[in-house]
Ligand binder design. Sequence first.
Ligand SMILES: Cc1cc2nc3c(=O)[nH]c(=O)nc-3n(C[C@H](O)[C@H](O)[C@H](O)COP(=O)(O)OP(=O)(O)OC[C@H]3O[C@@H](n4cnc5c(N)ncnc54)[C@H](O)[C@@H]3O)c2cc1C
Length: 404
Amino acid sequence: MPELLIVGGGYAGVWAAMAAARRAQDTDSGDELNIRLLSKDAYLTHRPRLYERNPQDMRTPLPPVLGPIGVDLALGEAKSIDPAARRVRATGADGGDREYQYDGLILAAGSVLRRPPMEIINAQTWSVDDHAAAVALDQHLAARMAIPEIDADADGDTVVIIGAGFTGVELATEMRGRLAEHGGAARAGRARVILLDAAPTISEDLGPGPRPHILQALQAAQVEVRLNTMVRRIEGDQLSLSDGGGITSATVIFTTGARANSLAAGLGLDTDPSGRLFVDENLSVKGLANIHAAGDIAHALTEPGTDSSHVALMSCQHAMPMGKAAGYNAASVLLNLASRPYEQARYVTCVDLGPWGAVFSTGWERQVELIKAEAKARKQFVMTEVIYPPMNDRAAILEAGALA
Ligand SMILES: Cc1cc2nc3c(=O)[nH]c(=O)nc-3n(C[C@H](O)[C@H](O)[C@H](O)COP(=O)(O)OP(=O)(O)OC[C@H]3O[C@@H](n4cnc5c(N)ncnc54)[C@H](O)[C@@H]3O)c2cc1C
């Protein structure tokens, strides 16, 4: 029986597994594919929610999603891929070496925080990039708030967020609420939250439509925004800035974007500036037979062959449909069925803006459609419903894996 191996248990990998299992039902025998998903842990981590309170809860266990559809879960970290031998080498959860032979491979290993180069001496810095990092930050915030204010140094309650893109803005507007949870509203109200970026405009990538709303929300949340500013050096709790100034803070958080998982570079192919693998319209990696890629590790066009095409973003909005298309197509290749191109014309943006609300826009021009509470309700629907796969219900899981 052919072996389909999926590396990565995020949105792309999980939706790929569901779609491959669903596609296997389209053969007459219905059971001609072994599907295995290899991931570092047994959870789908909801990375888009890691800026929120209680980050420890922001993950879905994989066995109730994969078990009912007959997908094997292997725990471990893929270390290298040998396309000629069709083999993935990995370190298992017990630390031992593992090898996985495959007939078809889907790379869905996602991305990691892109840290800007700077000197960091005797300092711990933080992020919300993965589950462990987000939980560690939350514990750190709790620990800071547990230090009596009178004992904390003058800038002990200063939080510096480096990177004013989507994630930086969401975290900055939520930060006072997070501090309040651990230290009470009065103390959180006195804290300084600084959002810093090297760019001259806030959230440059989000365009001019949402920007005025983002600025309003940052002001309402009393976030100090410092643009055109780079952190040159961090030593202990001292930050040296490009404008010659400095900040004292024990809580420096990086939200400086993402680059593709290094498994992509390991293949020795051309990659885009974010380290992503180029894929064709069926999400097959260009230059390699039997390997598909989806999610943050893949450079794919949203409407291949048309003038309105864009490069899919590193977003769960793109990772889920890409995962589905890769699962469908990888299974189709192994089952001698027809592939279907990945196409995703619709694009929306919804930025959470803390107590102010949110801003929801449609299209690549980011036409603002909803703001404040209405947009917040839309965001909450996406964050609590859309990005969660069904569990413990074979029919519902396979249905969620069906291509529209
Ligand atoms: C704080 C934050 C906020 C975000 N907000 C939004 C948002 O509001 N909207 C939006 O659309 N997107 C958002 N994103 C982006 C979104 O989370 C990613 O685009 C999405 O998670 C990509 O899905 P993926 O499956 O490609 O990769 P990931 O979700 O990164 O999943 C990759 C999986 O592969 C596993 N893995 C990695 N390396 C290996 C290996 N070597 N071997 C085995 N397994 C491995 C990982 O453990 C993980 O399970 C946000 C991201 C962050 C960090």
